[in-house]
Design a protein around this ligand. Structure first.
Ligand code: SF4
Length: 252
């Protein structure tokens, strides 16, 4: 399974993001998340480490500054800075302050770089987390399914999760976010069966993201019974939203 040992890694080059720095705000040796998604590239929570030691603001700041000043002095470009890593970045207690220092460093070293945060949206009901996410260029927020029961099967929340509360908190972003949704099926569920799909589209119409990223399983997953969808199938699923004018990226 994929794990990030450093707080800041890269720059890694990809066609989609260009030259990208990654930031991991979770413990370095294993996964820690308040979801335990069946498709998580970092494996199951139970196989992670027991200690909950988050990198703190000063450590993250020093690691980012070191990478960025080195890249700047060597003439290496940085086009994007992406928070993802071994779990849910907003669980880091210093997340709001870390976003502030990241934006300051970005403005100093690479003012054109875009800051993205991949979040499962579980904590967007906390004002400080929501405010921090609204400051970055690309808050990428996850909703994979349209009911609490389906989410219990796919994302396996650790602790309290209510989809209606997340939807309400997402509406406060007033469309300034990217919605990310994984389509997948297994012998036990199918996130794209007609009723579930219609309910998901109702959520999309309510939260009105400025863009939607739909994708399917790609790398190795901890649950081996999962099956993916093709780009053609996913395009057909979201066609009504495309027709209504939503911007949708579809990745197979
Ligand atoms: S939200 Fe992300 S990190 Fe957390 S379990 Fe799901 S895929 Fe893994």
């Amino acid at each position: 399974m994929l794990h990030f040992d450093d707080i800041v890694f890269g720059p890694i080059f990809s066609r989609r993001l260009g030259s990208s720095l990654g930031v991991n705000l979770l413990p370095s040796k294993g996964k820690l998340c308040n979801f335990d998604c069946v498709y998580c590239e970092c494996g199951w929570n139970k196989d992670g480490i027991a200690e909950r030691v988050f990198p703190r603001l000063e450590e993250v700041k020093a690691a980012l500054e070191e990478k960025m000043s080195k890249a700047a002095s060597e003439g290496v470009p940085v086009d994007s800075i992406t928070f993802s890593g071994n779990g849910e970045p907003t669980m880091n207690p210093d997340f709001p302050e870390i976003i502030d220092v990241t934006l300051e460093l970005r403005d100093r070293y690479f003012p054109d770089a875009k800051v993205s945060v991949l979040s499962n949206a579980t904590l967007i009901g906390r004002p400080a987390v929501a405010e921090a996410l609204m400051k970055v260029d690309n808050p990428i927020l996850k909703i994979d399914a349209s009911s609490d029961s389906l989410i219990a099967q796919i994302n396996k929340p650790v602790g309290r999760y209510r989809l209606d509360e997340v939807v309400e908190a997402m509406m406060k972003f007033e469309g300034r976010f990217v919605l990310q949704t994984m389509f997948l099926k297994s012998p036990d569920f199918d996130t794209a069966e007609p009723d579930a799909l219609e309910k998901w589209m109702e959520i999309v119409r309510k939260v009105k993201p400025r863009e939607i990223m739909v994708y399917t399983i790609d790398r190795e997953t901890p649950d081996k019974s999962l099956a993916k969808y093709t780009v053609e199938e996913m395009t057909a699923f979201v066609q009504p939203l495309i027709d209504e004018g939503f911007r949708i990226q579809i990745r197979g």
